[in-house]
Design a protein around this ligand. Structure first.
Ligand code: AMP
Ligand code: ZN
Length: 113
């Protein structure tokens, strides 16, 4: 399949992978928007949040718990951090394989742009 994150998961495209298990991987975003900017990506290809089904419940929960654990490892858990999933082009999704952005290490504004 012609999918960037499937290719990273398969090892066909390099990335700075900081975590991997049987369900998800996490790596540095190539264009960081904060001092810490990691992507938490399921190994299974799901194009957008609109395609997530009840059977993916545990996987989505595991992505969130992975983000939480990484935030603690990065020592941004106390000061605060943000997780984001963009859905479709209007929200800024550019890679159509779901992923959580984990952003930390700076002050964030609300509402986001
Ligand atoms: P989104 O715009 O929400 O779909 O997020 C896609 C993210 O993937 C962007 O923040 C990009 O900077 C990031 N990205 C694109 N190509 C790569 C790559 N080869 N390795 C790591 N991150 C990437
Ligand atoms: Zn994919």
């Amino acid at each position: 399949m012609d999918c960037l994150f499937c290719k990273i998961a398969a090892g066909d495209i390099p990335a700075n992978i900081i975590y991997r298990d049987d369900q998800v991987m996490a790596f540095d975003d190539i264009n960081p928007q904060a001092p810490h900017h990691k992507l938490i990506v399921p190994l299974k290809h799901i194009a957008t949040l609109n395609d997530v089904q009840p059977e993916n419940n545990a996987l989505i929960g595991h992505m969130v718990l992975t983000a939480k654990a990484l935030a603690k490892e990065l020592k941004v858990d106390k000061e605060g951090y943000r997780i984001i999933m963009n859905c479709n082009a209007g929200a800024g999704q550019t890679v159509f394989h779901i992923h959580l952005h984990l952003l930390g290490g700076r002050q964030f504004k609300w509402p986001p742009g």
